[in-house]
Ligand binder design. Structure first.
Ligand code: BTN
Length: 222
């Protein structure tokens, strides 16, 4: 697997997209800073020096129907990486990683489908490690440095790459879920309602106590 180490790029996810026209092997792109880091729902992602900004490009990682596995893998890879640095994190379905109620990492997965296969997937991960957090985010975001002190960025990146190459099960995922058994607020289309998160199926749906099953793409939860 090729590893591209960059000083700066607009976005490591975008860099991976460009690689698709040049290579057909899995690759990892790491940048010290990003000038156009972005997240879900078109939001920008602050990417100043000291954070880990990494994207993994994988060709034919799974069947389209199994694409939730990529979310499981990314969230667990981050949780395991943080654990290696003595930070205990949990996962808010589907793949938000939190420590003490604050977000420590952002994950953006961009999949390209070919028939019933995922042709390529780009898993972009930004972890707050030694970086200063943007002003105004201190109530909702946290960094590794704030919890266990400054860490070696290269060590965090290589641990993350190792953990991204592992396989995980839904059972492992459930162990780190902070929503299972809890009351959550579901936002689905123009409806907002409270429900109990009862289970997560092997294909990644969140099962509510009413029996309704939610797909990550359809809802937000609070
Ligand atoms: C989110 O919280 O909405 C997801 C943020 C994802 C940020 C990472 S940083 C590495 C990769 N490059 C990007 O532009 N985005 C992802």
């Amino acid at each position: 697997m090729k590893i591209f180490k960059l000083e700066n790029t607009d976005s490591t996810n975008n860099y991976c997209k460009k690689l698709v026209s040049e290579i057909r092997e899995d690759a990892v792109v790491i940048a010290k800073t990003q000038s156009g880091g972005h997240g879900t729902k078109g939001r920008s992602f602050s990417s100043c020096k000291g954070g880990v900004y990494l994207s993994k490009l994988a060709f034919y990682p799974c069947k389209a129907k199994d694409s939730f596995k990529l979310m499981i893998k990314s969230a667990l890879a981050v949780v395991m990486t943080l654990k290696a640095f003595n930070v205990n994190a949990v996962i808010k379905w589907p793949n938000d990683v939190f420590v003490n109620g604050k977000k420590i990492c952002g994950i953006l997965i961009e999949n390209n489908f070919q028939g019933d296969e995922v042709f390529y997937s780009i898993t972009g991960i930004g972890i707050n490690v030694n970086n200063e957090l943007p002003e105004g985010l201190s109530d909702i975001a946290v960094s590794v440095k704030q919890i266990v002190g400054e860490q070696n960025i290269d060590a965090v990146s290589s641990t993350l790459i190792y953990n991204l190459n592992r396989d995980y099960t839904v059972e492992e995922y459930k162990k780190y879920s902070c929503v299972l058994g809890k009351e959550i607020t579901v936002i689905k289309g123009d409806k907002i309602f409270k429900a109990l998160a009862a289970d997560i199926t092997s294909d990644g749906r969140l099962v509510l106590d009413s029996g309704e099953e939610l797909l990550a793409a359809e809802v937000s939860i609070r």
